[in-house]
Write a protein of this length. Structure first.
Length: 311
């Protein structure tokens, strides 16, 4: 039998110093700190991964296995992923699912990853095989993959049905949330977002002779609406914005993060803030701040570095 084709996705830019800065930048704004308390994990700005993943496309594996569903059923079906390696906090296994139509579209680049950055997949990253679903919440990229099922309903695992959902504002606590869990769809595509990575929160920054400072960061598109086409930066609370320079790299794709940099004018003083907002190819643009939700997921308000001292 011929080998299944491999599909690398999400190429990693060769800028190690910047990447390290981004991944150690942990003081981002969250719903907890910017709006009000949530019942969830503070992922901060570092909960993002931009790598080169290599492995067979899921669609090729499914086609090889054969899908015995009518065309109309395929439109309604889901592909579920399960890991039984260890019990989870809220369930005896971990699972997630995506629509079959997404899995079968070649341009969605859903793969079964065997390598990461041209190296065999490590155990912490899901060895021997994990699913990679570009543009979708990482909660669906199941590690240590044991089973793939084509089925007519979403995965019923706890983390698909009772977590990673943008509940309405009326769901103010766990008791109030009970009436909404079954009504609200699980998070799939992630919203457009950006992060100010340099300077870091609480940093002291010296201005250039022209009164500007250097600002750097990254931006992510909404779902598969990439690539990022514009990032704007403000040093005066959003009164004025300056367009940043987007840094291009060979192999950048619509799912890749976009690194950016800018020189912006800043007034001397303490307690200063820098903001960023990104726009993708479908004209999705970051809002000032999104609506609050109990789990604190999908926060995509302006990128921010605050508490700065500008000298």
């Amino acid at each position: 039998m011929p080998e299944l084709p491999e599909a690398p996705v999400n190429r990693e830019p060769d800028v190690e110093d910047l990447v390290q800065s981004f991944l150690t930048h942990r003081d981002g704004h969250t719903m907890r700190t910017n709006l009000k308390e949530v019942s969830g994990i503070d992922w901060y700005d570092g909960a993002v991964m931009n790598c080169k993943w290599t492995g067979p496309r899921l669609r090729d594996v499914l086609q090889r296995a054969g899908i015995s569903l009518s065309s109309s059923d395929q439109e309604q079906a889901h592909v579920a992923f399960a890991c039984y390696a260890t019990p989870c906090q809220e369930d005896m296994w971990y699972g997630a699912s995506i629509s079959l139509t997404r899995a079968m579209r070649e341009d969605m680049e859903v793969i079964l990853a065997l390598e990461m950055n041209d190296q065999p997949l490590s155990v912490p990253h899901g060895s021997p095989v994990r699913v990679i679903t570009p543009g979708i919440a990482g909660a669906r990229a199941v590690k240590w993959l044991d089973k793939i099922t084509v089925q007519m309903q979403e995965c019923q695992n706890h983390y698909m049905q009772y977590d990673y959902k943008v509940l309405p504002e009326e769901a103010v606590d766990a008791e109030a949330a009970k009436m909404f869990w079954h009504k609200v769809p699980p998070v799939q595509e992630m919203p457009v977002n950006s992060v100010v990575a340099v300077p870091n929160n609480e940093a002291t920054v010296h201005r250039e002779a022209d009164g500007t400072i250097a600002v750097q960061g990254y931006a992510l598109p909404h779902g598969d609406d990439g690539p990022i086409t514009r990032v704007e930066v403000s040093g005066d609370g959003g009164i004025s914005w300056k367009e940043a320079e987007l840094i291009h790299h060979d192999g950048d794709g619509k799912y890749s993060w976009k690194l950016w940099k800018a020189q912006i004018p800043m007034q001397a003083g303490s307690g200063q803030t820098i903001l960023s907002k990104a726009t993708d190819s479908a004209d999705n643009t970051q809002p000032d701040e999104p609506k609050w939700n109990l789990r604190g997921v999908c926060y995509n308000g302006y990128g921010e570095s605050s508490g700065l001292t500008i000298e």
